[in-house]
Design a protein around this ligand. Structure first.
Ligand SMILES: [Zn+2]
Length: 155
């Protein structure tokens, strides 16, 4: 979170633990669970059995939820990060394990703030794990640009 915050200039606020399960069709507004506001970013530790999108060698997924009101631009209001707990737990035992797990989480959080994959394997936003442990110059340029997006507080 700190690395993405530093690269974007965006501030993240810890909301709380939740019993909400990850879902591909997660509602962006759940007033009974979170009150009258957009749902917070959900970070879930799951398994390929419980979350099919983690099948194969996918260590994690990340994405954002955007909303558009008539006459207004699309704005990101929330997002999700889904992490393969058993696979990442196993990765922690590797020599660079903690740094690798950190890199996976940074990659997925960068998706949450709007960064897509790039074709350059020296960047953390390359689709496959290429051994990058930190954001590259291109990643940082994209994250900095995303951080300049206008806030739309009335939505
Ligand atoms: Zn990705």
């Amino acid at each position: 979170m700190a690395a993405v915050s530093a690269a974007t200039g965006l501030k993240f606020v810890y909301d709380r633990l939740t019993d909400e399960a990850p879902s591909q069709d997660r509602a962006a507004y759940q007033p009974d669970r979170y009150g009258k506001k957009w749902v917070p970013v959900l970070i879930s530790w799951s398994t390929p059995e419980a979350a099919p999108e983690l099948a194969g060698s996918v260590a994690g997924t990340g994405g954002s939820t955007s909303i558009q009101m008539p006459g207004e631009p699309y704005v990101y209001v929330s997002g999700q990060v889904l992490l393969d707990a058993p696979a990442l737990s196993e990765t922690l035992a590797y020599p660079d394990g903690p740094a690798l797990v950190r890199a996976v989480i940074m990659h997925e959080l960068a998706h949450v703030v709007g960064l897509d994959h790039v074709s350059d394997p020296t960047q953390l936003m390359y689709e496959e794990n290429s051994g990058q442990l930190d954001f590259g110059a291109g990643d940082r340029a994209g994250l900095a640009l995303l951080g300049t997006g206008k806030c739309v507080p009335r939505m």
